[in-house]
Design a protein around this ligand. Sequence first.
Ligand code: DC
Length: 209
Amino acid sequence: MTTDIIAIDGPAGSGKSTVARAVAERLGWSVLDTGAMYRAVTLEALRLGIDPLDSDAVVGVALAANIRTRPRVSINGRDVHDEIRSDAVNVAVSVVAANAAVRAAMVLRQRALASEEPGGLVVEGRDITTVVFPHARVKIYLTASLDERARRRGDESHESVARRDHADSSRDASPLRQADDAIALDTTGLSVDHVVEEIILCLKNTTSN
Ligand code: DC
């Protein structure tokens, strides 16, 4: 079975999570927040006292982890929905996300989750349009100015958002970049509804087969 997929990538605070949820709700589709998966692995490694730079130990955590993202984020049965947004995770997650073996494990899971999905799926992250689902029905690259993105991130500082963006775009393993055939949407000053409409329009303009 082939699941219909809308893939959304973009930097922190570009609106991916909010927009992905809203698009999924409009369509009656499911949503997959892949950033939450990297955050859950990071939190679990920190909880076990593992140095995020200890590549092999972190991969061990990733391979053994049972991660759920809905209705709340959990890892190995422990609810971590709120804890994965902590400063400690904000700092360490880009190191974990730069680990190629962790990425390989997450990509396999994301594809497996999609294949089990009975309906359509909206997936958001950093490598969804380029690596995980390069043949998604709709591919979107969301951006917004750094000021607006930092404002949207609320508790997270301007510096922390900028540092994470730099780390995510400059790493060797699947760096954040706009896929050649992704549609770029700058959400600066746009309402969620406006962005959702644009994405639904993109979907309508594709032919399902
Ligand atoms: O979207 P977010 O801020 O929750 O993502 C957390 C971190 O995980 C961020 O530093 C980028 C990384 N990430 C990634 O490398 N690949 C993904 N598909 C999703 C997130």
